[in-house]
Design a protein around this ligand. Structure first.
Ligand code: G3H
Ligand code: 13P
Ligand code: ZN
Length: 311
């Protein structure tokens, strides 16, 4: 099976009240851990690559690794550019075989965001590629850019219809209180999401797929393992899983997860080295890291996203 677009995945997810997991990938072990989990759970997948991942691992390596995963699993997998910030970057990914791109114009004015997004949509659609746009701005760290809480803003539901109509995007990322990275809420702060905004967006765009970025739960068990094995992570708080399940049952069809993968991998490696300080063969510590990613992703697919047996 070749790489697929997100179109059919989102139609089924919307109707079925579940979401597709969009997992960030940076190397072979991460891709293997995620896709082995999805194969066992018979789940559709979006594997996404940031511009930082593309710089780290190289476009061709990532495309070939994802193609290898499709050959091994036979699953419907979409390859998506995460947080594309220029037309040129999106074009390069479209020309280089991606089946979906995000153009993130959320830091521009409404008008400039529309103009940039429309330009990407025209090129992408002419090449059979889906496009995700973004309205509203998440706090947190994205590709080394730290968006402070004061620069973050919720999506205005009154703008979404005009944005979708004028740009022609296939899905829309909105800001309802999630944020990027491991430190989403301050210690003592109660995690909250603006489901009222999501409901308003859903009313204005019936049947249209919504995307949730910054959706890691920052699983406390991993943070504890990291800190029990020499790590120095301050209190880290993520999005409670029941809130993600609720979003997935509503208009949210794509849920982005990266930080939880990083924590799963780092926890396994730190624990391994604490137990076996004499080891130096990368296979010795990357095997448990890959296995931890696999069990994390199985948990997400079944208990959070609800997309198991939907491939
Ligand atoms: O939203 C950002 C993702 O977690 C990707 O992070 O740009 O450091 O690869 P990155
Ligand atoms: P997390 O940092 O919550 O994993 O979010 C990832 C993301 O939104 C990638 O685009
Ligand atoms: Zn994101």
């Amino acid at each position: 099976m070749p790489l697929v677009t997100t179109k059919e995945m989102f139609e089924k997810a919307y109707k079925g009240g579940y979401a597709i997991g969009a997992f960030n990938v940076n190397n072979m072990e991460i891709i293997q851990g995620i896709t082995e989990a999805a194969k066992e759970e018979n789940a559709p997948l979006i594997l996404q690559v940031s511009s930082g991942a593309r710089k780290y691992a190289n476009h061709t390596y990532l495309v070939k690794l994802v193609e290898a995963a499709i050959e091994e699993t036979g699953l419907p997998i979409a390859l998506h550019l995460d947080h594309g910030d220029t037309f040129e970057l999106c074009k390069s990914c479209i020309d280089g075989g991606f089946t979906s791109v995000m153009i993130d114009g959320s830091h521009h004015s409404f008008e400039d965001n529309i103009a940039l997004t429309k330009q990407v949509v025209e090129y992408a659609h002419a090449h059979g590629v889906s496009v995700e746009g973004e309205l509203g701005r998440l706090a947190g760290i994205e590709d080394a850019v730290n968006v402070s809480d004061k620069d973050a803003s919720y999506t205005d539901p009154d703008q979404v219809q005009e944005f979708v109509e004028k740009t022609g995007v296939d899905s829309l990322a909105i800001a309802i209180g999630t944020s990027h990275g491991a430190y989403k809420f301050k210690p003592g702060q109660k995690p909250q999401l603006r489901f009222d905004i999501l409901e308003e967006v859903e009313k204005r765009l019936p049947g249209f797929p919504i995307v949730l970025h910054g959706a890691s739960s920052v699983i406390p068990e991993y943070v504890n393992i990291i800190n029990a094995n020499g790590g120095r992570m301050p209190d880290a708080i993520g999005i409670p899983e029941d809130m993600l399940r609720k979003a997935a049952s509503m208009a949210v069809c794509k849920i982005n997860i990266d930080s939880d993968l990083r924590l799963a991998m780092t926890a396994a490696i730190r624990e391994h080295f604490n137990q076996y300080p004499e080891h130096f063969d990368p296979r010795q510590y990357l095997s448990p890291a890959r296995a931890n990613i696999k069990s994390l992703v199985k948990h997400k697919l079944v208990n959070v996203l609800g997309c198991n047996n939907k491939a």
